[in-house]
Write a protein that binds this ligand. Structure first.
Ligand code: FES
Ligand code: FES
Length: 177
């Protein structure tokens, strides 16, 4: 990466949820602030701001990352996915999001974006996870509502739906988007 002037703002470009975006950022600007304040993608939440709570989790080139530990300039040229990019269309939820709604797993919703990102990425790697494996994934997210039971139930149900072959149901269609 080229050496950047600390005092100057630099225009960085990356792909956000499938669309090219750009934002001006000083080298010290965090990815969370670039997303939320620079671009207006406020779905990514900020809790602890030091990598512990998981609320800010995004995908960078498909890999979960703490956006509060990532500098905005590190997004240059990357494929970034935030919670806004999980739904296959504006009027359709992803399979995981729909399962969260059915199981009341949103609760207050503050930590939900990060949990959805981590679970969706995990299911791509492990489509038939054990409950324990899912508990370990959400163990990287501190939920102040302390209601992990509906989150795990939703994740197990979403995994089961995603393993089904394509049908005409909304969920199964979404599973293959
Ligand atoms: S805000 Fe990034 S881990 Fe808590
Ligand atoms: S749902 Fe409220 S903090 Fe997790």
């Amino acid at each position: 990466m080229p050496r950047l002037s600390a005092a100057a703002r630099h225009r960085i470009g990356f792909t956000l949820n499938g669309k090219p975006v750009s934002v001006e950022a000083e080298p010290r600007l965090l990815a969370t602030d670039a997303l939320r304040h620079g671009i207006g993608a406020t779905g990514t939440h900020v809790g602890c701001e030091h990598g512990v709570c998981g609320a800010c989790t995004i995908l960078i080139d498909g890999v979960p990352a703490r956006a509060c530990l990532t500098l905005a300039v590190q997004l240059e040229g990357r494929e970034v996915t935030t919670v806004e990019g999980l739904a296959p269309a504006q009027d359709r939820l992803s399979v995981m999001q729909a399962a969260f709604r059915r199981h009341h797993a949103l609760q207050c919703g503050f930590c939900t974006a990060g949990i959805l990102i981590s679970l969706e990425a995990f299911l791509r790697e492990e489509p038939d996870p054990s409950e324990q494996a899912l508990r370990e994934v959400v163990g990287g997210h501190l939920c102040r509502c302390t209601g992990y039971t509906p989150i795990i139930a939703a994740a197990l149900e979403a995994a089961a739906i995603l393993r089904q072959p394509i049908t005409t149901s909304t969920d199964a269609e979404s599973a293959h988007v």
